[in-house]
Design a protein. Structure first.
Length: 440
């Protein structure tokens, strides 16, 4: 087979087979023995997997650029095997108007180093249809409970927003929590103030007020209880669908889980460690194990990359911003778990690459001819997370010292953009949502 821009020879596929793979104009064109291509890279049996799409990141920028910006955040993504990120709208200013949204897209086109999509924010009275035609990928995360960087959308306004989003056939992404009245000064107290029961109740409440049947995606589910609530709701929907000739209520619900809720517990840190303060909170080891037990049911793994600087976190617990960086460590940490046989590589690919694209309607990266040629080559040896080597401007990681497998090479749109720690002109590509109106 000739005519390829790039061929990777002797790669190990996720199922263990060794083969060659060829790319042309950003797509996979051939899989099987190859002799010719403009550039041939011999890979000696390193593992090749489709690059990840992280559907929940906060790339900051603007007045928050000391935490992160499009450049540092997307370099961090690439170095962690992520070639497409979905940015959340709780920026300063928040992306609740078409002009703020469009300015944000321009910033990303200038500074981002990988594929990106941007969600739109919702406040009472937002012009959702203009945000949709401006190219919003989805709406939210909509805060059903407050967070340090997000205002609650009252139930009535949330219900109206869901109705409008349903009308446009869009997707609403939800931050579901109930927040207690106390002012926690430890990680355990923070957990008690934003309880597992509260998370499950918030999920149920959002489902109850979704009268119009809008497609819902629940962000960063941290407990088996909340996942059970989603499963229960799905069962009710299926029952409803069977009983209805007109299946107008047959909407989709999906959810994501973060690596920090799977791999960390509040017992792993000193009681008042602000670096580990995040919403929803880290739970205890039992609840953490319960989340692992749900692995097969999880739709998506997303990082909720929420960078804050170590200095901003070095304040009293109650004043410290919630959120932790994680886009660069997401796949490497979970790949180390694959090597330890805790999960299969195919299930990991499904949750970090295939499913997020399916939920968002983005063409997936994959091995079939014609699929997006975004791939990552991983060595078979485990190292440990060293925060000094990460690219996020946050400069720290709660995963320091944990086993991880970092990419050796990253291919984006059929081109090598990262190899052995060096970047080779990675560039942006905007993935607007389905409502994008080029003329408008
Ligand atoms: C997020 C942030 O910092 O933007 N923080 C967090 O703890 N997850 C906002 C949020 O999702 O709550």
């Amino acid at each position: 087979m000739s005519g390829c821009d790039l061929a990777l020879c002797d790669v190990a596929l996720p199922d263990g087979r060794r083969t060659d793979i060829g790319f042309k104009t950003g797509k996979v064109v051939h899989i099987g023995a190859m002799e010719q291509a403009d550039e041939i890279v011999r890979c000696h049996g390193m593992m090749l997997i489709p690059a990840a799409t992280d559907m929940h990141v906060h790339m900051r920028g603007g007045t928050q650029a000391e935490k992160e910006d499009w450049h540092s955040g997307t370099m961090s993504a690439i170095a962690g095997g992520v070639t497409l990120v979905v940015d959340q709208p709780n920026t300063v200013p928040a992306l609740t108007t078409p002009s703020h949204f469009t300015r944000r897209v321009k910033e990303a086109i200038t500074d981002a180093c990988c594929g990106f999509a941007i969600n739109a924010g919702v406040v009472p009275g937002s012009d959702l249809s203009s945000l949709w035609t401006a190219g919003a990928m989805a709406f939210g995360e909509l805060f059903a409970g407050p967070s340090s960087y997000g205002e609650t959308l009252p139930a009535h306004d949330l219900s109206i927003a869901l109705q409008k989003i349903r009308h446009m056939e869009g997707l609403a992404t939800i931050h579901a929590e109930v927040v207690g009245p106390s002012n926690p000064i430890t990680l355990v107290a923070h957990d008690f103030n934003r309880t597992p029961t509260g998370e499950a109740d918030a999920v149920r409440k959002v489902c109850q007020i979704n009268f119009s049947g809008c497609n819902l995606h629940f962000c960063h589910m941290s407990t088996g209880l909340a996942i059970d609530a989603i499963m229960e709701h799905r069962k009710q929907l299926t029952g409803l669908e069977h009983g209805l000739s007109n299946s107008s209520m047959a909407y989709r619900t999906s959810f994501e889980v973060t690596p920090h809720h799977l791999l960390l517990s509040n017992q792993d840190f000193l009681p008042g460690d602000t670096l580990a303060k995040v919403n929803p909170p880290l739970r205890d080891k039992n609840i953490q194990q319960g989340l692992w037990n749900m692995w097969d049911r999880i739709d998506v793994i997303a990082s909720d990359h929420a960078p804050h600087t170590a200095i901003e976190k070095t304040v009293d617990f109650s004043d410290a911003p919630s959120g932790i960086p994680g886009v660069e460590t997401m796949v490497p940490l979970l790949l180390a778990e694959v090597l330890r046989r805790k999960l299969s590589v195919s299930s990991l690919i499904e949750k970090v690459s295939r499913r997020p694209c399916e939920i968002l309607g983005i063409p997936p990266a994959g091995f079939q001819p014609g699929e997006r040629a975004d791939f990552v080559l991983y060595p078979r040896e485990t190292t440990r997370v060293d925060p000094g080597e990460l690219h996020s401007r946050a400069g720290w990681s709660p995963f320091a010292g944990l086993p991880a497998i970092f990419p050796e090479m990253v291919i984006m749109e059929g081109r090598i953009v990262f190899q052995n720690g060096e970047f080779f002109n990675p560039g942006p590509r905007w993935y607007p949502g389905r409502g994008y109106d080029i003329v408008g």
